[in-house]
Design a binder for this molecule. Structure first.
Ligand code: NAI
Ligand code: SF4
Length: 441
């Protein structure tokens, strides 16, 4: 049984409510933190090695230490709950079942950063969750953990929940800030980073829900103890939302020392693949990270087992590895068609592009059109090379990472599954009625 830090109490009935959460040790970490100096908490977070859980894996303590502190200018903490990456639903689980863990994490983090007004920006499609969060905020306020002069420390904190309107791009931190300010969610050029010029041009830390929740156990057990869990630079625990062709889809907390094979096949986690089917591939970090075929997923190029952590998943770079990303673990069995799957993703990115940069606005549309043509059996061999060329021209040439996120799945699909693209070109009639997976196994 893996170590549980975030979900250790998730099974307790009523843990969503303040009284039950408190009875099981809730807000004790906040009480401890409010007796510490902000610099001491920052040191604990740095020592813990916590890396941003939204996808980029940027060290949280380092991000906090970049926060500018100009005299007389308010600072803000903004929690990014715009969880829209296909295959990713771990933050939804945390907010729905453990809202006070997030609020407690926000209290500790806001105190550390000097934010008296903090925000949770939540995706519009999570329509039932803002009510849960707002109820938790009210409960925490009534108990003296939010509002004015919290626990007599002189520290004030208000938390507001802002609903998004359903755009994937608003999960990009600067688009989120634009949206929070009341404008269209167009990403800004970085630098300046939000830590220097964020919400209303004030210094702002934008952190993922899970990152902020993780601050609670870090204070509970101490940064050094937290850093002992996991391996290398993959410290602590990580939530993984698992879906696709597995027997037990759901949200799992792992300690990043288990292998990918164990995660997919053990009963503690995904419980294997239904109907005895073989594993074809997996996208381990949400739809934006490269798809990896089974042989490279279970072992690295050096024949070492591949582990569920930042370093091992990326081993070999984009040519053979992938990324931990947001922890949205999507499993494809032998019946799935990679061309069909890639086309679905291309349609998504094309739809979600904000349209500011030409390579992304035009390129995502072209990729979708070409993939649709190939998938329907109407493509030519040159189309595969054209597709490769287009994704190369998008990557690295855009304002925000959505361009890269659209390009990488296409690149990885062609790199590892070119035979499937060629099968569609060579079998136009079969392509109309069957997918590659079913026709070939
Ligand atoms: P990034 O690598 O550009 O930045 C990471 C964080 O570090 C940002 O908050 C940035 O402001 C900060 N940062 C980096 N360098 C800095 C510096 N020199 N000074 C101050 N701050 C600095 O990545 P980004 O754009 O935040 O996230 C991209 C990731 O988001 C992708 O890897 C993707 O996996 C993930 N993603 C997750 C989604 C979800 O639903 N969870 C949705 C879409 C993408
Ligand atoms: Fe908009 Fe795409 Fe450019 Fe990002 S990369 S700013 S989504 S056009």
């Amino acid at each position: 049984m893996g170590k549980k830090l975030l979900l250790k109490n998730a099974h307790i009935e009523g843990i969503r409510y303040f009284e039950t959460y408190r009875k099981h040790g809730g807000y004790e970490a906040a009480e401890k933190a409010l007796k510490m100096k902000p610099e001491e908490i920052l040191e604990e977070v740095k020592t813990s090695g916590l890396r941003g859980r939204g996808g980029a894996g940027f060290p949280t303590g380092m991000k906090w230490s970049f926060l500018a502190k100009p005299e007389g200018v308010p600072r803000h903490l903004v929690v990014n709950a715009d969880e829209s990456e296909p295959g990713t639903f771990k933050d939804r689980y945390l907010m729905e079942f453990l809202p006070h863990l997030l609020i407690e994490g926000m209290l500790i983090s806001s105190y550390t950063l000097g934010s008296n007004t903090s925000y949770i920006y939540i995706r519009g499609e999570y329509s039932w969750i803002p009510d849960i969060l707002e109820e938790a905020i009210e409960e925490a306020k009534a108990a003296g953990f939010l509002g004015k002069n919290i626990l007599g420390t002189g520290f004030d904190l208000e938390i507001y929940v802002q609903r998004g309107a359903g755009a994937y791009i608003c999960g990009e931190e600067t688009a989120l800030l634009e949206s929070l300010e009341g404008r269209r969610g167009n990403p800004r050029l970085k630098p300046p980073f939000p830590a220097v010029k964020g919400l209303w041009e004030r210094p702002t830390v934008v952190n993922n829900v899970e990152s902020i929740a993780a601050v609670v156990p870090i204070i509970e057990i101490g940064g050094a103890e937290y850093a002992k869990i996991g391996v290398g630079r993959s410290t602590g625990t990580k939530l993984i939302s698992a879906c696709g062709n597995i027997n037990k889809p759901g949200v799992y907390e792992i300690d990043m020392t288990i292998t990918v094979e164990e995660f997919i096949y053990s009963d503690e986690y995904c419980g294997g693949i239904p109907n005895g089917k073989k594993l074809k591939a997996c996208i381990p970090g949400g739809s934006s990270v490269p798809i990896v075929p089974a042989n490279l997923l279970l072992k690295t190029i050096n024949g070492e087992p591949r582990y569920m952590n930042y370093e091992s998943l990326a081993d070999g770079g984009f040519a053979t590895g992938t990324m931990m990303g947001s922890g949205g673990f999507i499993v494809l069995d032998e019946d799935q068609c990679v061309v069909n799957h890639t086309m679905t993703l291309a349609r998504f990115y094309n739809h979600e592009s904000c349209g500011q940069c030409t390579p992304c606005r035009e390129g995502t549309g072209w990729m979708y059109k070409i993939l649709k043509k190939i998938e329907k059996g109407e493509g030519k061999m040159e189309d595969i090379d054209l597709l490769w060329d287009i994704q190369r021209k998008i990557e690295g040439n855009t304002i925000c990472p959505l361009g890269d996120a659209a390009a990488w799945p296409v690149a990885a699909a062609i790199r590892h599954f070119r035979d499937e693209f060629e099968w569609h070109v060579n079998n136009p009639e079969l392509s109309q009625t069957q997918n590659y997976g079913i026709a070939n196994y």
